[in-house]
Design a protein around this ligand. Structure first.
Ligand code: XMP
Length: 513
């Protein structure tokens, strides 16, 4: 039995799935336009309608089969999902007035199963992000919570087990949101706790086995990062040595990273077959003169695929390519399975040319980083590897603002190595999502000894984050910053100014490009 999440394009849809998993229940996401047929409703024990950017009355509002809310299967609408239920069941919406974005206080009205554990009149903080709201609940529904800007923040039709929330219970900014979700799953929909990492491993291994024909091989681009390693180990569990891993050294890795990665992967006793390709000069020549961030990403993606294509030709009968794509990579490129907005085109998401005739295996596509780490631990991946901070597929290219030249790559590698070394020495590495250096093409005047310098600028970037989707810049000890600044200016030729990026995501992204 599963909880079906119908995605209307919210950036938070996967967070709903994740919370449901954390509560021990298996869930699946499907696009909002999925037809409500006997085949699709077969195993569904509860339905959650996600949020989304549209207005339900827009001419181009996402398509939805309204039979989903007529099946006697318990339903929970979230934000857009609530407005949709109200609209389809004959309630009234107020559009555009009283928009609410950010924190709000809601007050629980009366007693209900949805707010089990709350008393009537209890107040709690929630995260709101909506333009429209329900102005009149449909017949058969009752109000279950309100806020200052919104008379109906929660409503439910108890007899039909259809409930809805205007706020987002899935985000951490709604501290009691998980309780409300839990109430829906267990008190209302009578779900069973049937989800654990072992189930995920087991079902994924089975699924991969059934995807890959007996006589064919699979290739995997291994980067030495957590994601591709865990993805490869999972696939290796399923098909053994029919998995061929390719480690492409793009020349845009961090200092000594290529050798370290090979050494670590070998040491892990993971049994993976790894072929290393040194393709630095190909990447650098393709990037010559390219300064636009999207053009860089596209160019790297293109070369990556070319390298893969030629490596694949050495291996007979290759049918699939494994990628360690995670949910945050997907959501910012295209929506998982429903509508969404493109922010950056991640080079490792899709985009294989048809002529390669390779199908994708992306076993981590719906997981968040910390879930992947937990999975890796379960699979026996060495801790040292699992603790590595994320590193973007396009590598240092997206940290070299402006033109990419071998000299600039070297300068950045040196500065970055110093920063990370000091972060490790201060025992901060594991507490940060990422710590790295960005090199700006901005030159400024400096003085060294008695001479004038006119060199580039380094930016220190250190962030804390749960999942890479939002991030806060990290406070670092002044003494550490002093050491890093003086070491970079003294030891790295080509940098005479060290600055620090104190931007959160949003509005900035973590990487600069
Ligand atoms: P942004 O810069 O979008 O980054 O805030 C969020 C997280 O994703 C990483 N990142 C990438 N990872 N391929 C990847 O595998 C990419 O193209 C890519 N771009 C960014 C980034 O390092 C951060 O952890």
């Amino acid at each position: 039995m599963t909880v079906l999440i119908l995605d209307f394009g919210s950036q938070y849809t996967q967070l709903i799935a994740r919370r449901v998993r954390e509560l021990g229940v298996y869930s699946e996401i499907k696009p909002c336009w999925t037809e409500c047929t006997a085949e699709h409703t077969k195993e569904v024990q509860a339905i959650i309608l996600s949020g989304g950017p549209a207005s339900v009355t827009d001419a181009d509002a996402p398509k939805f089969d309204k039979r989903w809310i007529e099946q006697n299967i318990p339903v929970l609408g979230v934000c857009y999902g609530m407005q949709l239920i109200a609209h389809l069941k004959g309630g009234k919406l107020s559009q555009g007035e009283n928009r609410e974005y950010g924190f709000a206080t809601v007050q629980v009205e009366g007693k209900s199963k949805l707010f089990s554990g709350f008393d009537a009149g209890d107040k709690t903080t929630v995260w709101m992000s909506h333009g429209d709201h329900v102005a009149e609940v449909p017949h058969g529904f009752e109000a279950m919570a309100s806020s200052e800007g919104c008379p109906f923040v929660a409503m439910g039709n108890v007899a039909k087990k259809i409930y809805a929330l205007q706020f987002h219970p899935e985000v951490v900014h709604s501290p009691r949101g998980k309780e409300v979700l839990s109430n829906f799953l267990f008190e209302i929909a009578q779900c069973e706790k049937n989800w654990a990492a072992e189930n995920f491993i087991e079902s994924t291994v089975q699924r991969i086995r059934s995807m890959v024909p007996q006589d064919s091989n699979v290739i995997c681009g291994l980067s030495g990062g957590v994601d591709s390693t865990v993805a490869a180990v999972l696939v290796h569990r399923a098909i053994g040595d029919r998995l061929h891993c390719i480690f492409v050294d793009t020349g845009l890795l961090r200092k000594h990273e290529g050798d370290e990665v090979m050494e670590m992967l070998g040491r892990g006793g993971l049994g993976l077959q790894i072929h290393r390709v040194d393709a630095g000069s190909r990447f650098l020549s393709a990037l010559q003169g390219v300064t636009d961030p999207e053009a860089k990403r596209k160019s790297i993606g293109k070369v990556f695929i070319e390298v893969f294509e030629s490596e694949t030709q050495r291996i007979p009968h290759v049918s699939h390519l494994v990628q360690g794509t995670l949910y945050p990579d997907v959501i910012e490129s295209v929506s998982v399975r429903g509508p969404s907005v493109t922010i950056k085109s991640h080079h490792n998401v899709g985009g294989l040319p048809d002529r390669m005739k390779l199908k994708l295996i992306e076993p981590l596509r719906e997981l968040f980083k910390d879930e992947v780490r937990a999975l890796g631990r379960q699979l026996g991946v060495p801790d040292e590897l699992l603790r590595r901070q994320p590193f973007p597929g396009p590598g240092l290219a997206v940290r070299l603002v402006g033109e990419i030249t071998p000299e600039r790559v070297k300068i950045l590698q040196e500065a970055d190595a110093i920063f990370v070394e000091e972060i490790r020495a201060a025992d901060l590495y594991d507490t940060l999502w990422q710590a790295f250096v960005v090199l700006l093409p901005v030159r400024s005047v400096g003085v060294m000894g008695d001479g004038r310098t006119y060199e580039q600028t380094a930016v220190l970037r250190a962030v804390r984050s749960e999942d890479g989707m939002t991030a806060e810049w990290a406070y670092l000890p002044q003494e550490l910053l002093r050491r890093v600044s003086s070491r970079i200016s003294n030891e790295v030729r080509g940098i005479n100014r060290v600055t620090m990026d104190i931007s959160n995501k949003p509005p900035a992204t973590i990487e600069w490009e």
